[in-house]
Design a protein around this ligand. Structure first.
Ligand SMILES: [Zn+2]
Length: 372
């Protein structure tokens, strides 16, 4: 077959589909725009590409997308979130999602991008997504650890960088603090290191890192409004619930487990992947100072850590051909949690009324049956 030249990706796909005999059900009917979009979300993107993408999301969806800089990294870069929701004159409830707190977990910024793309693609036609966009605002940080993420893109030797990029203190010459050990939640107690060269170094004190401080500050301001906190990591295929400290139990532990198990079922239904649900002491290892635990401690009821694919075969270097299936299943899991959260907040009264009505009808039916 002759190559059709640049800009003919759609036509190439059409030819390939015809050649392989799959016809219209394949990619033959994609427009060039759709093809470009599909390609975009099956690749990893560096920080400047993600920054440009955030601008593009705002430009293409000015009615529902805005951005907010809510902190700075050690190297003085902005930490930016996208706020997504239909405008309202009333104060809205919120869902928090952050990705890229650990630099090497590249699948996680890819997931935040996929999530944003999906809610923007569906909210006009999917009545449930539309309803949630009316009632909720989504606060989504595609890359929280911006310095670390940029560093992980430098070269092969830095690809597996995990921590922030702040220098050690007190004569320690290594760099970086584990941001997910630096929050004010049983800080420094378990599953951490005080050696600044260690991967799990928790910092000199709680919130020593400006990135952890930025999240803490935002959560503090929005505490009353945030219904669910989702922080996205890889790898391990797990949904972690608070707390990471083995001697503390969340007051709504049963609810967290039930919702988490429902999300795992939703995930499995997409591509058959198994996700384990539980507290980190139960299914991973105990650790304190996490953002998930901090969110739950300050009263955000539904707080989850996603550990995306895989289970170790590729680990942090998940091949690009797994980006789309990983994001599709994780999207289903996140939607399960968000839908539960939304319906609990906005339908609990309606659900009670419906349940009462059914009880009354059942009682009436039973008594009439006895009379007969
Ligand atoms: Zn992580």
């Amino acid at each position: 077959m002759m190559m059709l030249g640049l800009g003919s990706v759609g036509l190439v796909l059409l030819s390939l589909a015809v050649q392989s005999g799959h016809g219209a059900q394949d990619s033959a009917v994609w427009s060039r725009e759709e093809t470009t979009e599909r390609n975009y979300y099956t690749r990893y993107h560096n920080m400047s590409e993600i920054t440009a993408w955030m601008e593009q999301m705002k430009r293409e969806n000015p009615d529902v997308v805005s951005s907010m800089v809510y902190g700075q990294t050690y190297e003085r870069r902005n930490i930016t979130l996208l706020k997504i929701g239909l405008r309202s004159t009333e104060r809205k409830k919120a869902i928090w999602m952050d990705c890229g707190i650990h630099a090497r977990e590249w699948i996680t910024p890819a997931f935040c991008q996929f999530f944003v793309k999906e809610i923007l693609r569906t909210y006009k036609t999917d009545t449930k997504v539309n309803e949630m966009m009316k009632n909720l605002d989504f606060y989504i940080t595609p890359v929280l650890n911006v310095d670390g993420y940029i560093y992980s893109w430098h070269n092969e030797s830095t690809r597996l960088w995990r921590k922030s990029r702040s220098p050690g203190t007190g004569g320690c010459t290594c760099y970086g603090t584990d941001l997910n050990r630096n929050f004010y939640a049983n800080w420094g107690m378990v599953g951490v290191s005080t050696d600044c060269c260690n991967l799990f170094y928790c910092g000199t004190k709680a919130l020593s890192e400006s990135e952890a401080w930025a999240v803490t500050d935002m959560l503090g301001k929005m505490r009353e409004d945030i219904l669910a906190f989702l922080t996205i990591h890889s790898y391990g295929q797990q949904l972690l619930v608070p707390y990471g400290h083995p001697n503390t139990t969340a007051p709504n532990h049963d609810e967290l487990m039930e919702v988490g198990l429902g999300a795992a079922m939703a995930i499995k239904a997409v591509h058959g992947m198994d996700y384990t649900v539980g507290t980190s002491p139960d299914i991973l290892y105990p650790f304190s100072g996490s953002s998930q635990d901090f969110a739950r401690l300050i009263g955000i009821p539904l707080s989850f850590t996603f550990e995306l694919r895989d289970k170790g075969e590729h680990g942090f270097e998940l091949p690009e051909d797994q980006i789309q299936p990983t994001c599709e299943e994780a999207y289903a899991g996140a939607q399960h949690i968000i839908t539960y959260t939304h319906d609990k907040a906005f339908y609990s009264y309606a659900a009670t009324v419906t349940a009462t009505l059914w009880t009354t009808l059942l009682a009436a039916w039973v008594s009439s049956a006895i009379l007969l």
